[in-house]
Design a binder for this molecule. Sequence first.
Ligand SMILES: Cc1cc2nc3c(=O)[nH]c(=O)nc-3n(C[C@H](O)[C@H](O)[C@H](O)COP(=O)(O)O)c2cc1C
Length: 373
Amino acid sequence: MAPDLSTTFTGVRFQNPFLLSSAPPTESESNIVRAFEAGWGGVVTKTIGLHPVVNVLGPKTKFLRADADSAHLSMKKRPGAALHSSWNWELISDKTLDWWVPRLGRIKQAFPNHALVASIMAGSGNDTELRHWQELAVACQDQGCDALELNLSCPHMDRPDMGSNVGKDKELVSIVTKVVKEVARIPVWAKLTPSTTDIVVEARGAFLGGADAIVSSNTFTSLPLIDMETLDFEVHVDGLVSTGGLGGPAILPLSLAKMSQLTQAFPDKSFSGIGGISTFEHALNYFLLGCGTIQVCTAAMLDHAVGPNVIRELNQGLARFLEKHADKGWTSVADFVGLRRDHVVAQSKIRRADEKDYRGGYEAEGYAEPVTT
Ligand SMILES: Cc1cc2nc3c(=O)[nH]c(=O)nc-3n(C[C@H](O)[C@H](O)[C@H](O)COP(=O)(O)O)c2cc1C
């Protein structure tokens, strides 16, 4: 009998723990329908706002590739190069709430057993704007969405009270989460930015506001490289570029470090892991660190736009893994979530050669005691 891949996360049942993250793969009704038909357990919609956004001219996403036989990195397509990362400066959905509302309802009616999560974003600078968050939340849940994901992490918003600028401010994170929780009848997930010193601080803010889960990571703030021949950035409009977001294989270890901080600080809370996942081997890292679900963007974009081969491999990989460990009594993801969470420790806790001791640079090594106030 094939293993049961289903799982329950923040009270929502998923046929499998694999979701498409909020991005181009989930920007339209037809993509989401194709994604569910391909086998994704859930999707998070491209982030929905109240007002129309206008994107830059030209490509919004490019893929950086590495040569196998040299250190050359470039976005130029060439044979034999391996994917290093995605780089994007795409804003939230260019379709507004009114466009999304009937589509969310239709999708949910057609796929009642698939999880539909609405990603939402508004400004946060005053009470009127905070009410926009509530308007978005209510409209999406009224269409039957299973959960809400708060975009507190888009790295390319100019406004100080939007996207990752909210995610960098623990008070704003808390306030926005609380405001949405006031009207939400469905779970609320907070998607945080990795661009802070200690993501645990902002996660605490989200949990204080009542968040049911933390989602991490959104893309990492970055620039495209400069072309040696033209001296222009590999992505630019009229020679100009702004910072954008890095995703894909390059961010897998970075995002895992963020996730490890989060799950250690809040071992009893729920986490959805994103960043650089294209196979079950990658996803397993997030599960073992304490994530109950994982999400995929870059790998799906490069696989027929919604990742039919990616989700097939993820489902098969999980099924094989459960079969392999059946002797341990593992029957679902929940049986191995967090198993390696406590294996990430301070450097001084790692055994040294010849039983020598190291105290992490404290007085035993001749340094002064740290100042305590
Ligand atoms: C082109 C593009 C658009 C994205 N748009 C959104 C968005 O609207 N909302 C959001 O929360 N994240 C957005 N993301 C971030 C992804 O959901 C994801 O967090 C990130 O790409 C890391 O996952 P990956 O390594 O699998 O790509 C976008 C990513 C890309 C590449």
